[in-house]
Design a binder for this molecule. Sequence first.
Ligand code: PRP
Length: 177
Amino acid sequence: MPYKLIDAPLLTADQIRTRVYELAQAVESTTSEPLHLIAVLKGSIVFLADLIRAMRGPITLDFLAVSSYDANLSSGTVQLLKDIDTDIKDQSVVIIEDIVDTGLTLEYVQTLLRSKKPKTLQSVCLLSKPSRRQTKVAVDHVGFEIEDHFVVGYGLDYEQQYRHLPHISIVEVTSEQ
Ligand code: PRP
C-alpha cells in the first residue's frame, strides 16, 4: 500500500526523553520493592532501553512476544509467540508496552501474567489511542495520549520499517504512488 511519512514529528526525541524520565520516576514511586519488568516484543524495545536507564533499580527484565496484527490491521485475536522465562510468583511486575490501541494485546498479556500470581501487576505504555479502544483495559502509566494516527519510530514500525527513528512520526497511507 502506498504511504508517506509526514516530515514533522508528532513527538520529538526531546519530548519523549522528558516523558520517559517522568514515567520511570512514576513507576518506581509506586513501591520500594524490586521491580520485574516484562517488555512486549518487538515495539517496546527502544522505550524499555531508555526507561530502565532512567530508573534507580533494583530491576530485572524479561520479554514476551505476541502477535495480533496482520499487515497493519488488528486481527482481533492475540497469539502468544514467546512466553516469559522467569517465575514471577510474588514479584512486583511491570508490563512495558509501546502502544495501547484496541487494548486487546495488553488485556491478553495482563490475563496471562495474572495467572502466574505476581504480587502486583502494573502496566506502563508510552502511547495510548483511547478512541480505538475495544476493551476496558487498565493502564497505570501512559506517556502520551494520541489521536487515531498510524505512528512509527521509537520502536514502532510500518511493515517492520522505521523502528530506528529517535522521534515518533505519522504515516499516511495514500491512494497515490
Ligand atoms: C503493537 C504494539 C502492541 C499492540 C497494540 O504490536 O506493540 O503490542 O500492537 O495493539 P492493540 O492495543 O490493538 O492490541 P504489533 O502486533 O504491531 O507488534 P510489534 O510490537 O512487534 O510491532
